[in-house]
Design a protein around this ligand. Structure first.
Ligand code: SAH
Length: 340
């Protein structure tokens, strides 16, 4: 059965109209779910019993199960069990500007990036919209605190689950939904070019991040198989269209891998690649995992790389690290669980 949390406000309006009821009940139902946070249909008072029964027969209101929580000072990781017994994770990060959550978009991932733990397990299925919405809703309830920022950077490739992702954005952004401002939402993709074009038409001002991780095709081909389908030139072409249409900035993520993509030459080549592109580069210190033979660049070289970009007028930041102690980065908890 589908979940009531799969439905955008427009979907609910359609449901009421299709059942010879009134459109405005959709907004009431949205209010019960996202403002009053009911977890049973029986608590709803201003919609007829007949309509509630119809909703009950079509959509479940059940939540997911949280089966493990690991906490550190400014980070907390939640392992969710889905209705079919699969596991996904979400990570809460406490920033000085608010609480941010990193959500997963798929069970497993087919992109096969060589440095990434999540990709070691092939995609089992896409997450439904409800399974993404519930990650946020349930963590908010547990914390009794508001989540102000969302990044879709957990397990999975969000642009490989595009339609569910878009509905998820509509629900969490809606003022009567979770009311998270579009500018506080970021989606990260490994570079599925047709979807970048499609996303440039999407009206909400959601931030786009691209996992670049290399300044040229030769290096990128070695770590990201998607580059053989959509190479750097095609990604950059799509980004330029996105920037023109949306008048926004894009973020390029660049994991620094020791002796692989972290040389001074790479920094210079990267600066050249993004010259005249309205962007930030986010340098990511690599989170080492037991199963993968890449290593973290040392801090001195990270700073050199950063300085070279700065000197070449690139907007660059180094990602603040969360949760390496509790293996909160990139699929590690879930893969531990599945190895048991
Ligand atoms: N599939 C999407 C989103 C999920 S990954 C994407 O590729 O962007 C989110 C980010 O974490 C990506 O930039 C990814 O490359 C990065 N990442 C994966 N494994 C990592 C690791 N071990 N250390 C640091 N960053 C990692």
């Amino acid at each position: 059965m589908n979940s009531i949390y799969d439905l955008t406000l427009e979907d609910m309006e359609k449901f009421f109209l299709d059942n010879n009821s009134k459109k405005f009940h959709a907004l009431q139902l949205f209010g019960w779910l996202y403002e009053k946070r009911v977890n049973s249909y029986d608590e709803i008072t201003n919609i007829s019993h007949e309509m509630i029964d119809k909703i009950k027969n079509n959509y479940s209101i059940e939540r997911l199960k949280i089966v493990d929580i690991q906490e550190d000072i400014d980070v907390c990781k939640y392992l969710f069990e889905l209705f079919d017994g699969e596991h996904i994770e979400a990570v809460l990060m406490r920033h000085d500007y608010g609480n941010s959550i990193c959500v997963s978009s798929q069970v497993g991932c087919n992109m096969g990036c060589k440095f990434c733990e999540s990709g070691r397990r092939k995609k089992v299925r896409n997450l439904k919209t409800s399974e993404m919405v519930l990650q946020i809703l349930m963590i908010e309830e547990l914390l009794k605190e508001r989540i102000s920022h969302v990044v879709v950077m957990g397990i999975g490739e969000p642009f490989d689950n595009y339609d569910n992702l878009i509905n998820f954005f509509k629900i969490i952004n809606h003022p009567k939904g979770l009311a998270i401002g579009a500018r506080h939402i970021t989606v990260s993709t490994c570079g599925i070019v047709p979807k970048i074009y499609e996303f440039s038409e999407f009206p909400l001002q959601i931030n786009l991040a691209i996992s670049l991780h290399a300044p040229n095709n030769e290096i990128r081909n070695k770590i990201m198989p998607i580059n053989k389908v959509y190479n750097i030139e095609e990604v950059m072409k799509a980004i330029k269209v996105y920037l023109k249409k949306t008048n926004r900035r894009v973020t390029f993520e660049y994991i620094l891998l020791k002796g692989f993509n972290d040389s001074d030459e790479c920094a210079l080549e990267l600066a050249k690649l993004v010259k005249n592109v309205n962007c930030y580069i986010n340098l990511i210190p690599y989170n080492e995992t037991n199963n993968i033979d890449f290593h973290r660049t040392n801090t001195i070289q990270i700073m050199r790389f950063y300085d070279i970009l700065k000197k070449n007028s690139v907007n660059v930041t180094i990602r603040k690290e969360f949760g390496s102690k509790i293996s909160a980065a990139c699929g590690q908890l879930r893969s531990k669980k599945e190895e048991l």
